[in-house]
Write a protein that binds this ligand. Structure first.
Ligand code: SF4
Ligand code: SF4
Length: 379
């Protein structure tokens, strides 16, 4: 296993971290504890020492399961446990106090090695500062209940800059992968954290699995170049090539995924100069599979029919790139309100006059909606 020193914390963490949000499950939706135990044991035995859970993972079961596992195996002091404060559930200081104390109980421990404000965005961060939550957690750190304090982040780069400079964080966690260099904190956020001496934990290194398997002709860009490496390994090696990345989280559900990751991280090799252009080629190929050139600039909204045009096109184009029907259906039929979907278009044409890309928005919306409906019917 490849280890890195976690910046100023001085701790040696495994570059592969276990993301405890995607354990295998039984038909009733509960964690398949037998199989998940095998996975955690194998990961530990092969040198993984960073385990990342959170209050909401597996409907609250993840923290409890992880706590029981490390308690019963007697391995608690051999690993670093990370968990997070669910900011959306905190409306007053007492909520944070209660949740933190329950988390210690769930994890059967008297301290959390890496504690994060979960899913920080501008509004949530301001609220936590106002409620005194950041001060509360700093107090817990002084008492030794928290060893390292950080935050996980989902918002714009500008907000990232404000939050990361707010105090001297021990670490922080951002989304970073070769398809999303310009999204959220992104590459600029990576550079800023590095300049500030704040080590990074990376989530979504393989974009929730989207970067582990493409259409066969796209996969071949990687597999023809290096037949012995998996498609997924390129995503992890890309992220690990950045030296201020100290832990790369992977939510491993299956033993094959864990074994493949162990192969990648045992003798970790950053991407070489010859390999980087191969990743660039794959990125260009995948991007060329979008259906239209929507940039998400939002000049076309608000729409009189209520259609969330950029959002519809993002889901449509993601489907073109990653071919993930489940994710497209969830994003369109579950995450989006019916009144924001494409079939509310009144065909007024106002959006098309505003669109700098000159897109045929009305036609594109019809095509997108009919594709999503056909995916739904194909269930
Ligand atoms: S054409 Fe349709 S999508 Fe465009 S502004 Fe009019 S109602 Fe909205
Ligand atoms: S104006 Fe055009 S490019 Fe911009 S978000 Fe709307 S559809 Fe996309």
């Amino acid at each position: 296993m490849h280890y890195r020193i976690m910046g100023k914390t001085g701790l040696e963490t495994s570059l592969l971290g276990y993301g405890c949000m995607r354990f295998p499950t039984l038909e009733n939706g509960k964690i398949d504890r037998l199989e998940a135990t095998r996975l955690l044991l194998k990961a530990y035995e092969n040198g993984v020492n960073y385990f990342d859970t959170a209050w909401p993972y597996h409907g609250g079961e993840s923290e409890r399961f992880v706590g029981e596992f490390f308690h019963t195996t007697g391995l608690r002091d051999k690993v670093y446990l990370a968990t997070k404060l669910p900011l959306w559930a905190v409306d007053k200081l007492e909520d944070a106090e209660r949740i933190f104390s329950e988390q210690l109980e769930h994890l059967k421990t008297d301290h959390i090695d890496f504690y994060l404000l979960h899913a920080v965005n501008a509004a949530r961060f301001d609220k936590m500062v106002e409620l005194g939550v950041v001060k509360l957690l700093e107090g817990y750190k002084e008492e030794g209940k928290i060893k390292n304090l950080g935050f996980s982040f989902h918002d714009s780069y500008e907000t990232f800059e404000r939050v990361i400079k707010y105090r001297d964080w021990d670490f922080c966690q951002i989304q970073f992968n070769y398809m999303d260099e310009d999204i959220q904190a992104g590459r600029r956020g990576y550079e800023l954290a590095k300049d500030l001496g704040i080590p990074l934990v990376i989530m979504e290194p393989a974009k929730g699995g989207a970067l582990t398997n493409y259409a066969p002709d796209v996969n071949r860009i990687f597999t023809d170049a290096e037949p012995d490496r998996s498609v997924a390994s390129w995503a992890f090696r890309w992220v690990g090539s950045f030296r201020n990345v100290k832990v790369i989280l992977s939510g491993m559900t299956k033993m094959e995924q864990l074994e493949d990751n162990l192969k990648t991280f045992d003798n970790f090799e950053p991407l070489t100069e010859e390999e980087s252009p191969i990743v660039d080629k794959l990125v260009a190929t995948v991007r060329s599979r979008t259906f239209n050139g929507c940039t998400g600039c939002r000049y076309c909204v608000p729409c009189p029919g209520g259609v969330e045009i950029p959002r519809v096109f993002r889901i449509w184009n993601d489907y073109g790139m990653y071919n993930n029907a489940g994710s497209a259906k969830w994003a369109y039929f579950h995450d989006m309100k019916p009144e924001a979907r494409a079939d509310n278009c009144l065909e007024c044409g106002v959006c098309e006059t505003a669109c700098p890309q000159g897109l045929s928005i009305r036609e594109n919306l019809k095509a997108a909606h009919s594709l999503f409906e056909s995916l739904q019917k194909a269930e």
